[in-house]
Design a protein around this ligand. Structure first.
Ligand SMILES: [Zn+2]
Length: 137
């Protein structure tokens, strides 16, 4: 019997889940145990008990409270993201999959939000958006 596109997709998804599980297992146990992999989107859903009012999950490490997606991003990529915001390119706030994040300046992050029509920009923000388009190109 020949393999179908569905078989290949299923296999690719299984590999993605397997690789994610290995990486997640390298995190501290109390963090790893709260992550559930969505097999459809590849999102790592952080199922914590301490979400902030804006929908981001939080987690403690050495008694310090962190935003889960930022802490996990830094632990896995070893990249210093101070002064940057992590844009969830999957647009799923509970997700903490570092490959679904793009570290960008706060200005670029808010410009992207307007593009996704999450919020209507003020005149000042609109002129920033126009300005940053000039700089990005
Ligand atoms: Zn995601």
């Amino acid at each position: 019997m020949s393999r179908t596109g569905t078989d290949y997709r299923k296999e690719a998804m299984e590999k993605m889940v397997e690789k994610s599980q290995v990486i997640i297992a390298s995190l501290p146990e109390h963090i790893a145990s709260k992550i559930r992999i969505c097999e459809k989107s590849g999102c790592w859903i952080f199922e914590g008990k301490d979400p902030s009012s804006n929908g981001y999950q939080r987690v403690r490490l050495y008694g310090i409270r962190f935003q889960a997606h930022r802490l996990i991003y830094e632990m896995i990529t070893k990249e210093d993201i101070r002064g940057k915001e992590l844009d969830h390119v999957c647009e799923n706030r509970p997700c903490c999959n570092p490959w679904h994040m793009d570290p960008v300046t706060p200005k670029i992050n808010s410009n992207r939000k307007y593009r996704r029509r999450k919020k209507a920009p003020t005149i000042e923000q609109l002129s920033n958006l126009i300005e940053s388009d000039k700089n990005e190109n």
